[in-house]
Design a protein around this ligand. Structure first.
Ligand SMILES: C[S@@+](CC[C@H](N)C(=O)[O-])C[C@H]1O[C@@H](n2cnc3c(N)ncnc32)[C@H](O)[C@@H]1O
Length: 273
């Protein structure tokens, strides 16, 4: 039976990340707790999460020439108390990363569609597990990806993967529900399957518009209307005309609308004039 993405959408815990900065013994989390220097010198520890790369003997698996970035959760001042189990997020992550999803989400085609030169800063907002983040990182040898999410465990997951797999051009950022915290250098803001989760959609798009510079593109991917085997319930779907109206009101100019690339979603492209 198909799983509706929204059914598994992580709830805002508003709690922070005990595990993120101390409980799970993985290399990146050492970097969350200690100074970059101490983190580099820390002994190797076993990765305890599927897909994690164990640290190599005596140092971490990432390139020591690139000092570890600080823990994005601590940086954002996230509260460490009342953290909920990682299992919840693992289930959600399993769905987002499933081969079944890839068949209709066509992530590589979508990344190709964005048409990057390789030196841009891409903000993947509502990045989740980093499904697109790490694909963008591969096509940005001289650029970088800012992966922003409001769910601390997703941010921790991306930070951990970037650190343990030695991916220096990915930076995880803990955003707020009304502020994705995008740097002004971002040339592309990519928002896939996120807008229908946002409460104040106009306010959110206005914030994005305010944060990026002139010429920056905004790519919005949302579910098409109709009785489809994937996507949120009808009540949560946003028609493309509505997204266009909201983005235009926020100050963006519409560039393109594509309904052919993906079977269940449309892709809208805007630009800040
Ligand atoms: C369905 S997932 C999509 C993840 C990713 N974009 C992908 O396509 O694999 C939606 C994500 O949006 C995040 N999210 C929800 N509301 C948000 C907001 N106001 N700002 C940023 N992210 C948000 C959730 O935490 C979740 O990780």
């Amino acid at each position: 039976m198909p799983i509706a993405m929204s059914a598994l959408a992580p709830r805002r815990s508003g709690t922070g990340a005990l595990a993120a900065c101390g409980v799970i013994a993985i290399a990146s989390l050492v970097a969350c707790k200690e100074s970059p220097k101490a983190a580099q010198q820390a002994p190797a520890v076993a990765a305890s999460e599927p897909g994690a790369t164990p640290a190599v003997s005596g140092r971490h698996a990432h390139d020591p020439a690139h000092p570890p970035i600080d823990c994005p959760l601590r940086e954002a001042g996230a509260d460490h108390h009342g953290h909920r189990p990682f299992d919840d997020v693992k289930k959600y992550a399993a769905f987002l990363e499933s081969p079944e999803r890839a068949a209709w989400q066509k992530p590589d085609e979508l990344v190709g569609f964005v048409g990057l030169k390789g030196d841009e800063v891409v903000a993947d907002v509502g990045a989740g597990t980093g499904y697109f983040t790490f694909r963008f990182a591969k096509v940005l040898p001289r650029g970088k990806v800012i992966a922003s999410d409001i769910e601390p465990e997703m941010v921790r997951h991306i930070h951990h993967k970037a650190m343990t797999e030695g991916i220096p051009n990915v930076q995880a950022v803990l955003g707020a529900p009304d502020d994705p915290r995008i740097p002004s250098t971002a040339g592309v803001v990519f928002v896939c399957d996120v807008l229908h989760h946002v409460q104040d959609q106009l306010g959110w798009l206005k914030k994005i518009h305010q944060e990026v510079g002139a010429g920056a593109r905004l790519i919005v991917v949302e579910f098409k209307d109709g009785d489809l085997p994937q996507g949120p319930p009808k009540s949560m779907k946003i028609p493309s005309e509505q997204v266009t109206a909201l983005a235009t009101q926020a100050g963006f100019k519409k560039l393109t609308e594509d309904t052919k690339l993906l079977p269940y979603q449309y892709v809208l492209t805007f630009q800040k004039p």
